[in-house]
Design a protein around this ligand. Structure first.
Ligand code: NAD
Ligand code: MG
Length: 395
């Protein structure tokens, strides 16, 4: 029998790749719900192509117009829901088995957590949701018996390199280290003196991956790797000291696990998110993703470098946040979201992103992240602090 899928953030880069894979397997998956924030034209096209039962427009201003458009079209049977509540409603529908969490940023936390609480198979692309809520999220997964499968290519690679039985509870005690790979982004070799002057357009032109704007800027600052380091600590119960970030510009190895006997297992493939998406959709089996086979002769060589924390101070800040623990990762994430948006809006410079985050973190002590309320409060306070710091810089 086919499984029902809800795609949160269907119109984004991960959402589109997910629909591409799902459309290849109509016997395996049926699209129950699609969500978008403001891009209702793209959502309408997706509704035409995939005929979901529900469509959610989370921006309340855009939802009424979209509902009217659906009602006057051959898609009139589709139920249109609005606002953030609509997202959580579709994530827990009984006919939904799997939820692709592909909203960007903290906006994805509540519906993703709702899916986890409802015991769904959660396909997690939205790393910010996990970084913010940490143990609160993992505890929800444990309590409901939800299945959590990583979509982030590195974490999906690590998951694939873990021992058999890992997903069903066998601990990976013989895994001593994770080698978390990173492309190094567009500014890996840019002279440091030029970094204050790089533009948003340059920052979002990623050399290897085609992604949404926020994660593209995060890749340029390497905050993406910082968030991923925190994500890996949580998903694989590893201390930050056991995770080594490795710059690998070709992006062919998607991460590695180092075992006590000296074996290092790597997962490789072309840099195309349809591979980890298809892996999680088919898990524990496998099916076609549409990704071309890896041409190892064309790859020809692979390079590995240590990250330079002077060039990438955001990576150091993420290590500080995870080491401080408690609500500090939520503070880091919130301040980063504000700083990245301010950079995209040309209010601050590229190199100010790390300064805003560092200054925001200094205003907080790492209280325990023991409830959703505490996480949401830290998130809101850190956003306010970062906004204030941005405005001070821009003035
Ligand atoms: P994107 O910007 O392309 O898409 C974001 C999606 O979220 C869109 O559908 C948008 O409508 C929706 N959205 C935006 N703001 C929202 C809000 N306030 N409320 C509800 N919905 C909202 O982003 P993306 O590149 O697809 O990334 C999505 C997530 O996946 C991010 O957390 C990112 O870190 C993660 N991820 C992406 C990639 C990639 O290759 N793109 C790889 C690994 C992880
Ligand atoms: Mg990644």
């Amino acid at each position: 029998m086919s499984k029902g899928i809800c795609i949160l953030g269907a119109t984004g880069s991960i959402g589109v790749s997910t629909l591409d894979v799902v459309a290849r397997h109509p016997d395996a998956y049926r699209v129950v719900a699609l969500t978008a924030h403001r891009n209702t034209d793209a959502l309408f096209e997706q509704c035409l192509a995939h005929r979901p039962d529900y469509a959610v427009v989370s921006d309340a201003d855009k939802a009424a117009e979209f509902a009217a458009r659906i009602a006057q079209s051959p898609l009139a049977g589709i139920k249109v829901l609005a606002g953030a509540e609509g997202l959580s409603q579709v994530a827990v529908l009984p006919e939904v088995d799997a939820v692709m969490a592909a909203i960007v940023g903290g906006a994805g936390l509540l519906p993703t957590l709702a899916a986890a609480q409802a015991g769904k198979t959660v396909l997690l692309a939205n790393k910010e949701a996990l970084v913010m809520s940490g143990q609160v999220f993992l505890e929800a997964v444990r309590a409901s018996g939800a299945v959590l499968l990583p979509i982030d290519s590195e974490h999906n690679a690590i998951f694939q390199c873990m021992p058999a039985g890992y997903a069903t509870g066998t601990p990976a005690t013989a895994a001593r280290r994770i080698l978390l790979t990173a492309s190094g982004g567009p500014f890996r070799q840019t002279p440091l003196t030029e970094l204050p002057h790089v533009t948003p357009a340059q920052a979002i032109a990623h050399p290897k991956w085609d992604m949404g704007k926020k994660i593209s800027v995060d890749s340029a600052t390497m905050m993406n790797k910082g968030l991923e380091l925190i994500e890996a600590c949580l998903l694989f119960s590893m201390p930050p000291e056991a995770i080594q970030v490795v710059i690998h510009p070709q992006s062919i190895i998607h991460s590695m696990v180092d075992y006590v006997d000296g074996s290092v297992l790597a997962q490789m493939g072309n840099p195309d998110m349809r591979t980890p998406i298809a892996h999680a959709l088919a898990w524990p089996a496998r099916f076609d993703s549409g990704v071309a086979p890896l041409d190892i002769f064309k790859v020809a060589r692979m390079d590995f470098e240590r990250p330079d924390l002077e060039r990438f101070p955001c990576l150091g800040l993420a290590v500080e946040a995870v080491s401080a623990g408690g609500l500090m990762p939520a503070v880091l994430n919130a301040a980063n979201e504000i700083a990245v948006q301010a950079f995209l809006d040309e209010k601050i410079r590229f190199t100010d992103i790390a300064r805003v985050i560092a200054a925001s973190m200094r205003e907080f002590t790492p209280l325990p992240a023991d409830s959703l309320a505490a996480v949401l409060q830290a998130d809101a306070e850190a956003r306010a602090a970062a906004e204030r710091i941005v405005n001070g810089m821009a003035a």
